[in-house]
Design a protein around this ligand. Sequence first.
Ligand code: HEM
Length: 537
Amino acid sequence: SGDGTGTAVTGAGTSQDQRTASGENAQTLTTRQGHPVSNNQNLRTVGNRGPATLENYQFIEKISHFDRERIPERVVHARGAGAHGVFEAYGTVGGEPIEKYTRAKLFNTKGKQTPVFVRFSTVGHGGHSPETLRDPRGFAVKFYTEDGNWDLVGNNLKVFFIRDAIKFPDLIHSQKPDPVFNRQTGQRIFDFIANTPEAMHMVSFLFSPWGIPANYRQMQGSGVNTYKWVNAQGEAVLVKYHWEPQQGIKNLTAPEAEAIQAKNFNHATQDLFDNIKKGNFPKWELCVQIMSDDEHPELDFDPLDDTKIWPEDQFPFLPVGMMTLNKNPENYFAEVEQAAFGTGVLVDGLDFSDDKMLQGRTFSYSDTQRYRVGPNYLQLPINAPKKHVATNQRDGQMTYHVDAAPSQNPHVNYEPSSLNGLKESPSQGPDHQPMYTGRLIRQTIDRTNNFGQAGDRYRKHEDWERDDLINNMVGALADAEKVIQDKMIELCTNCDADWGRRLAEGLKAATNADGGNQYNDQQAGQAVQQAEEMAHD
Ligand code: HEM
C-alpha cells in the first residue's frame, strides 16, 4: 500500500496452474520459462546440416543449466545416503522426568513425535567413492522440532583423532589423496598420526573391523563431542549422545569388504534404500551419558576431550527416545546433497560445552554451507524448519521467498519498529550463564592420557578384531618410511606392548615378503626387540 502500515506478505506462491492450450496436459514438457517444448530432439539450425544459431533460447537454457548441475561436494563426508523418519520421546531419562536436566521440548512428553532427516556418509573420498572404505561413518540427524531445528552431527565411532579444531584441516589433508599422486597413501595418513599421539584411541577402532561398518543400518552413532543440557532453572549438566541400532552392530574385515566392493561399491546406499522400501524400517535408540558440569579432577581424562570415552560403568547409557527411518528421499540431490547440518543448530534446553573441537566445528559447518549450497541454504525445504520462520534477513543469491510473518508490514525489515514489524519472543527461561576467568592462551589440556583408553580398547577387542587391526596397520604402513613405522611401533607399544610387538613383527614379515625395499631386517629386528623389552618392564 506504500503508506507504511500493515500489508500482509506471504512470499511467492508455489502452486501451479494446469496448462490449458489444446493438446497440453500435466505431462507436457516445458522450459523453465513455462514455454511448451514441441521439439526436444533437434537444435535450431540453418538447414538440417547446420550451422546452429545463437538465439536458440530453449537449447541455451537447457545446456547452460546442465553445465551448472554440480555444486561443490562437501569437503569431507561427500559420499552419503539419507532418509526421513520420526523421533519418539520417552519423556524420561534413567527413570527420572527429563525436565530435571533439560527443558528441550522435543524430549519432554512420552510419545511426542518429531520428524527427522538423517544423512549417513563416509568421510575422506569423493561423492561416488566406494562405501566399503576404511573410514569413520557420518551419522547426522536433523530434528524438525516445535522450537526450530536441532542438528546432531555425529559419527559411528565414539571418539575422534584430534581434540583441537585447529588441527582439523591437517588431519583431513593427510587422509585425502596425495597432491602429486592423487591417491590416498598409508604413508601420509600415518605420518600425521605418528606425530599426533592423541589419535591412538581412534586408530584402535578405525584399523580394526570397526573402521568398516557392514552397512549404515547396523552401526552405532555418537555425538562424539560433549554438549550441555539446560533445565528450567538455567542449570546445566554435561551430556554425550549415542545412537544404538536396534538392528545390531556388524563390521567387516578387510577381505570381507574387498569381496563386497568387487561386486557393488554402493552397497550401503542400496541396503538403506531397499530396506526402507520393503518396510523394514531401521531404528536407533537415543541414549545419553550425563556428568555434572565441572572439570572432574577425579577422572584420569578431561570430560571435554573427544579422544576419550566416558566409561559406561560410571556414566551409564540412559535411553531418551527411539528414531525410526521410514521414508526414502524422492530426489537425492534436492534432499540428501543439499541437506546442511551443523553443530551450532541447537534448540532451547540444549547448549554447547567448552569442548574445543565443538567450538571450532560450530563455525565451520554454516560457513562451508553458505559457500557449498549458497547463502539462502536455509530456505530450501530440506533445511527449513517445519514451524514458524520470520526474520528480517533478506535477499542474496537464490532468494526463494521472503521469510516474513503473514501479518508483518512488508516495509519493515528491521527491528525494533513501531510499524508492525517482528517482535522478540518471550524468554523461554533463564539463560545458562557459566562464569569464565583465565588467561587467553594457546595450550594443550592437562590430562592428555593419550594411550590408556587406546590400550584398553586393544585388549577389549576380540581375537579376530585384533588380528584384523594388526593386518590393516601392517598393510597401510608397509610402504611407509622407516621413521614413520618406528614412531607407530613406539606409539602402539605405549598403548599395549603386545600391540607394538605384533606390529613390529608384522612389518618385518611384510618387508621380508616384498624384498625389504624400505624397512630392512635389522631395523625390524631392533623394533621387535625394543617392543619386547618394554613388554617386560
Ligand atoms: C561434515 C568440518 C569434526 C561429523 C563436515 C563438513 C565440514 C566439517 C566443513 C562439510 C559440511 C557440509 O558441506 O555441509 C569439521 C571440522 C571438524 C569436524 C572443522 C573439527 C574441528 C567432526 C567430528 C564429527 C564430524 C568430530 C563427528 C562427531 C561430520 C558429519 C558430517 C560432517 C557427520 C556430514 C554431515 C552431512 O551428512 O551433511 N564437517 N568437522 N565432524 N562432519 Fe565434520
